[in-house]
Design a protein around this ligand. Structure first.
Ligand SMILES: Cc1cc2nc3c(=O)[nH]c(=O)nc-3n(C[C@H](O)[C@H](O)[C@H](O)COP(=O)(O)OP(=O)(O)OC[C@H]3O[C@@H](n4cnc5c(N)ncnc54)[C@H](O)[C@@H]3O)c2cc1C
Length: 508
């Protein structure tokens, strides 16, 4: 029998796998998603911030999510470091989602299938042969071996996405960096309070720190909430029999707000534990293979950004895969972007969590807190100057201020290309593919190797093109806004000043 070669095989049916499968199938690729059965697994209640909305729109799943009836969340109530209650509503009255992950994952799988992905939801992946050109030089091919109820099977594809979360079916084969100093276990139980909870903001996620751990609670309905404690496994007796229940009770007794809240509530499930230790990867993709979502890296759940990060990673993986499958000349550039973006995303979120831990460490002088206050292997940003393409930084740059004065004073401007004007082609991300675009390449500015196209939404390449054709700044501004998405006058003048200050344009 002739074997079928999929364009893409996806290992894992969590948010990352389903999102990547949906996008790639809807963009016309043959996709098979292999995942373990949902049945028999423990799932958490999780909070998703309002900023997930953009990703849901991009995936075309907002309407289905709206109809699914997940609890809408209005913000967070926090006792962090001390016993003061801090209530933070989401900005502009936007809403997040409180989801039972079993239901959320099931819905996303259904939406991936609706887009045309072929799902194998009872498949345990056991071994992967990474794509090589051994079998067919023009069409690299990889193989995934998996076990189903009807026995062992194999599938073949040109691209393989590891979306298997912490299991990291491919990630564990030498890609993963473990942050050994920060092992954490989450101990979770589900609680019911049939008459509702004595809280001002019923839909809020609750977070409380204490001496050597922290707790949080996610409501998933009016009466039901998940309550989890994050602890250092080395400082508990979790290795003993019946340890989870007693450890859970011990941690609960250390809290103030949550203990009081749960007093009189009914615990409806035995507590269970899950690993929440941090890791990243030294590489997030190689030709034909990408590590996506939690398979790539795991950030502290404190951020509530895990699912958002998984969806963003899935979208980028789909863009990179689609580009590589349709235009092999861009494969290397696309892979480079994926590696860079995944690293940046992990580092930025790790820094953010470390700051929260440092805040709590001021009150709780314990290694649990001090040890988590600096992100492992991530360069600190404290004390380093802002990036020179940061508009706020540029506003204070004396050469930019001088250029701004020149523009303001001149009755007429005669702008021409300056000595530092150089435009080069760089890879850029669009919603569906990586493309090559023109960008300014100015010596020593900005310091990345990526060049620069936009500053505060002003298209610098377009501005450089139009500038020599006008003598009056208002005319130039009007023409610019006619040719490009309109920008504000202060942003426009700022960008023009920067181009003059950096020698990209000069004024006679
Ligand atoms: C204690 C805790 C609390 C958290 N709270 C939040 C929160 O409130 N908000 C938030 O946004 N994030 C939270 N997170 C993070 C969030 O759960 C993850 O970031 C998110 O699930 C990542 O999605 P994913 O698709 O990459 O991986 P996963 O959701 O882990 O999906 C991986 C999939 O791969 C499948 N799989 C694994 N191995 C195999 C195999 N061999 N064969 C076949 N299939 C396989 C699994 O069954 C699973 O379906 C929390 C995490 C923890 C540990």
């Amino acid at each position: 029998m002739a074997k079928f070669l999929y364009d893409v095989l996806i290992i894992g049916g969590g948010p990352a796998g389903s999102a990547a499968a949906r996008l790639l199938a809807s963009w016309g690729h043959s996709v098979q998603l292999l995942t373990k059965p949902l049945k028999g697994r423990r799932f958490l209640g999780e909070s998703l911030p309002p900023s997930c909305q953009k990703l849901f729109d991009l995936l075309g799943i907002s309407e289905a999510l709206g109809q699914a009836g997940f609890l809408a969340s209005a913000g967070n109530t926090i006792w962090w470091g001390d016993h003061r209650t801090r209530t933070a509503h989401f900005a502009d009255a936007t809403k997040g989602w409180q989801v039972e992950r079993r239901d959320f994952d099931r819905l996303l799988l259904k939406l991936a299938a609706q887009a045309g992905s072929q799902l194998q939801t009872e498949a345990l992946v056991r071994r992967v042969e990474l794509p090589t050109t051994d079998t067919s030089p023009l069409q690299p091919e990889g193989t995934v071996h998996f076990l189903t109820k009807s026995g062992p099977q194999s599938s073949h594809a040109r691209f393989i996405l590891d979306c298997s979360g912490r299991s990291g079916i491919i990630a564990r084969r030498g890609f993963r960096n473990y942050e050994n100093s920060r092992t954490t276990v989450g101990l979770t139980a589900v609680w019911e309070q049939p008459n509702g909870w004595p809280l001002e903001s019923q839909t809020h996620t609750l977070v409380e720190s204490y001496g050597d751990g922290w707790a949080w609670s996610v409501p998933v309905s009016k009466s039901r909430r998940y309550v989890t404690f994050m602890v250092d496994p080395q400082a508990t007796k979790l290795d003993q029999r019946h340890a989870i229940m007693s450890c859970y009770n011990t941690e609960l007794a250390k809290t103030t707000a949550l203990r009081s809240l749960l007093n009189g509530a009914l615990r409806v499930a035995e507590p269970w534990g899950c690993d929440a230790s941090l890791y990243s990867a030294h590489k997030y993709g190689v030709p034909g293979v990408l590590l996506v979502g939690d398979a790539a890296s795991f950030i502290d759940p404190l951020s509530s950004y895990g699912v958002k990060k998984a969806l963003a990673s899935a979208w980028l993986a789909a863009v990179v895969t689609h580009t590589s499958l349709t235009d092999s000349s861009l494969s290397t550039a696309a892979l480079g972007i994926f590696n860079k973006r995944e690293e940046q995303m992990h580092d930025a979120l790790s820094r953010q969590s470390a700051q929260f831990f440092a805040d709590a460490a001021k009150e709780h002088l314990h290694p649990f807190w001090t040890g988590r206050s600096a992100p492992d292997g991530v360069l600190p940003t404290h004390g380093t100057p802002n990036m020179p393409d940061d508009a706020e930084y540029l506003k204070r740059d004396p050469t930019v201020l001088a250029a701004f004065e020149t523009i303001k004073r001149s009755r007429e401007i005669h702008l021409s290309p300056g000595p530092c004007l150089q435009i080069k082609r760089y890879p850029a991300i669009t919603t569906r593919r990586i493309v090559m675009e023109d960008r300014l390449s100015v010596p020593n500015w900005p310091p990345s190797e990526q060049g620069l196209r936009f500053l505060r939404d002003v298209d610098l390449v377009r501005l450089v093109e139009l500038a020599p054709k006008h003598r009056q700044v208002p005319d130039l501004y009007e023409t610019y806004n006619r040719h490009s998405p309109p920008v504000s006058l202060p942003d426009f003048l700022g960008a023009l000043s920067v181009l003059l200050a950096k020698g990209v344009l000069e004024c006679r």
